[in-house]
Design a protein around this ligand. Structure first.
Ligand code: PMP
Length: 289
């Protein structure tokens, strides 16, 4: 937490250090709730509408009634961005099931807590951003699609956290999670792309990845730039033998990958990454000015 960290809690703005929720909130007790991570660029929340729509869908999917309309949430985000001291930063917007009796039944939870935290975020060291991140494929698998739908951005990230701990142990930046069939899904908080024979490839979200807003933007930019794109399942072999690989996400933005399980990618950062990265930040400029 930095000194500038700010919180919007159920309509009230306050320094993060002064913000608190009841300890019997089912968000804390059971990871019962949903969230979004949103970037602030030039004092504007990037792609806010898309984030709020995804949040509303996540909430509907877990039968959580949001206490605020999308218009009210938009106003809340604008308010915290306005007061936040940074020109750029990151917002974590959470809706928890709210306080209730012990036991996981949400029936006794009547007041969801809506929490926005504005602060800075750094997913990898700046050196890894420039020279490329080092990855492992985690032993930990992504939760199956037919168990918990990956489109729900829930507060429960434990299997991703365990994959991150594997990456920490291996002394690398990030871990890739496979699905139950051994195919590639995504990173711990980012989607994954490879480039092979000048074609950009990313797995379909049905493999077990979040429908990333950054992923969608990258696919949009690639199509506009005439870069051939394929949405296709990937095996670890495809990562090991790719020409390029990179990660995308709101927190990650775009991170080039240097090696995966010790296999060096042919190019890092490669030409397709560089082109898309330039288009990505140009798009952020046009949409945020
Ligand atoms: N996958 C997971 C599991 C994530 O948590 C995130 C970050 N929200 C992403 C992918 C990237 O999604 P987005 O581009 O919407 O931030």
């Amino acid at each position: 937490m930095s000194e500038q960290a700010l919180c919007w809690l159920n309509g009230q703005l306050l320094p993060l250090a002064d913000a608190s929720v009841p300890v019997n909130d089912h968000g804390l007790l059971y990871g019962d709730g949903v969230f979004e991570g949103i970037r602030i660029y030039h004092k504007r929340a990037f792609r806010l509408q898309q984030h709020l729509e995804r949040l509303a869908l996540s909430a509907r999917a877990i039968a959580l009634d949001m206490p605020y309309s999308l218009a009210e949430l938009t106003a809340a985000v604008q308010e915290i961005v306005e007061v936040f001291s940074g020109e750029s930063g990151y917002i974590r917007l959470m809706v928890t099931r709210g306080p209730g009796p012990l036991g996981l039944n949400p029936v006794g939870c009547h007041r969801p807590n809506v929490i926005l935290i504005a602060d800075q975020i750094s997913l990898v060291h700046s050196q890894s951003r420039e020279q490329g991140a080092r990855l492992i494929i985690a032993a930990m698998r992504r939760l199956p699609f037919d168990g918990l739908d990956p489109r729900v951005k829930s507060l429960n990230y434990l299997n991703h956290i365990l994959a991150k701990i594997e990456a920490n142990h291996a002394g690398v930046d990030e871990a890739v999670l496979l699905n139950g069939q051994g195919r590639v899904t995504e990173g711990t908080a980012d989607n994954i792309f490879i480039v092979k024979n000048e074609t950009l490839v990313t797995p379909p979200c049905t493999e077990g990845a979040l429908e990333g807003i950054t992923r969608e933007l990258i696919l949009e930019l690639a199509a506009e730039a005439g870069i051939p794109v394929r949405i296709a399942p990937l095996a670890p072999y495809d990562l090991y033998t790719a020409d390029e690989c990179f990660l995308t996400g709101t927190g990650a933005e775009m991170i080039p990958v240097r090696d995966i399980d010790g296999r060096e990618l042919t190019k890092c950062p490669g030409p397709v990454f560089k082109q898309l990265n330039r288009l990505f930040f140009e798009r952020i400029e046009t949409e945020s000015r």
